[in-house]
Design a protein around this ligand. Structure first.
Ligand SMILES: Cc1cc2nc3c(=O)[nH]c(=O)nc-3n(C[C@H](O)[C@H](O)[C@H](O)COP(=O)(O)O)c2cc1C
Length: 351
């Protein structure tokens, strides 16, 4: 079956205008990333995971607090934890902060998270997983979605037994990243499992894993029956991947790349503060300027610079025309209200 990537679909009452969902990525999915994702055609964006543990003891190592802008919607905010009551409290806060969906993380393979009984380990404890979903569903009026891996061990099919139970518990949508937790990001995502899951549930399924091109997105939608595809690593420093998947777009010019990067830097500095943003942004220089767009020594030079202002200067020197592109971008960008969610962003994320 052919699905038009530009056609709308919905999770309960929430309408996503396109079939591409921007993946939640810890240490990546800051507000600037999500706003940019929406601008480039993602029909739904997700926050990185916020920690419910922060609610009970407040001493979790965190990257700060989630800020939500008015032009991100529809937005899913992802929470993780292992206690149904604490998760339900967190979900209420997420809803109050303006999220359109609460997404529950049953996929994180990172040990710091799994050893607390959260993330992917919950696929091995379906009763608790169901209690969490039930508790969260009963505490909010927005739809609740779940993101999961295939299971803990290689070859596991846990997602196929747990998934339908989560829907019974009230989940309005399931996202499957069909790698095991043990696999982390090695091997490939086995979307034959996604197709099996689609057969088993009557809610929209989102296919996550290795969606890097329009052809791949179309093939996965056609062969799995999923309602949408999720794009993660391909969109790191590369929002053009989203537009190219949604509607066949051209490669960006150097000026466009530099303008988007500087806009991203400015927004991130506003969100995280200059001190935290300086380190946070370093990985993005390689992501934006790689893919043959700029020579390698240039990227390395930027990473060594001490301040964001110096990086901006060097970028403008390398592509002076970017100033005009950036001016237009900044002028057309909606200036929205912003809310801050009183839950910390964990530095331990993954999925
Ligand atoms: C750096 C990084 C951080 C991630 N953080 C999260 C997270 O916080 N929550 C989550 O559910 N998945 C997380 N994921 C998993 C992605 O959402 C996605 O499922 C996975 O990367 C596979 O998709 P891809 O091949 O398009 O990257 C993360 C992935 C990466 C690479």
């Amino acid at each position: 079956m052919h699905i038009d990537l530009e056609s709308p679909w919905n999770i309960g009452p929430v309408v996503a205008p396109t079939r591409v969902v921007l993946a939640p990525m810890a240490g990546v999915s800051v507000q600037a990333f999500r706003r940019q994702g929406r601008r480039f055609g993602a029909g739904l964006v997700c926050s990185e995971m916020v920690s419910c543990a922060g609610l009970s003891h407040g001493n979790e190592r965190t990257l700060g607090y989630l800020k939500i802008a008015s032009d991100e919607h529809p937005l899913a905010v992802q929470i993780f934890g292992s206690d149904p009551v604490v998760m339900a409290d967190a979900a209420r806060m997420v809803e109050a902060a303006g999220a359109d969906l609460v997404d529950v993380n049953f996929g994180c393979p990172v040990r710091k998270v799994t050893k607390t009984g959260a993330g992917a380990t919950l696929l091995d404890d379906p009763d608790r997983a169901c209690r969490i979903v039930e508790g969260v569903v009963n505490s909010v009026s927005v739809p609740v979605s779940v993101k999961m891996r295939r299971g803990l061990e290689n070859g596991s099919r846990a997602a196929l037994s747990v998934g339908p139970r989560l829907v019974e518990a009230g989940a309005s949508s399931l996202t499957l990243h069909p790698r095991s937790a043990r696999q982390m990001y090695t091997g490939t995502a086995d979307h034959s499992l996604t197709a099996e899951l689609v057969e088993l549930v009557d809610v929209p399924v989102i296919a996550s894993g290795d969606i890097t091109s329009r052809a791949r997105a179309q093939a996965v939608l056609a062969t799995t029956g999923a309602a949408a595809v999720m794009v993660g690593r391909a969109a790191q420093g590369n929002p053009w991947a989203i537009s190219a998947i949604v509607r066949e777009a051209a490669e960006p010019t150097r000026e466009e790349v530099v303008a988007e990067l500087i806009l991203f830097m400015r927004e991130t500095a506003r969100e995280l503060g200059f001190r935290r943003a300086t380190g946070f942004l370093k990985k993005f220089y390689g992501w934006y300027l790689g893919r043959g767009r700029f020579p390698k020594p240039f990227k390395q030079e930027l990473v060594r610079l001490g301040s964001i202002a110096e990086v901006e200067q060097r970028l403008f020197a390398a592509a002076p025309g970017a100033r005009d592109v950036l001016a237009v971008l900044e002028e057309t960008l909606p200036q929205g209200d912003e809310t801050t969610l009183d839950l910390p962003i964990s530095v331990y994320g993954g999925g």
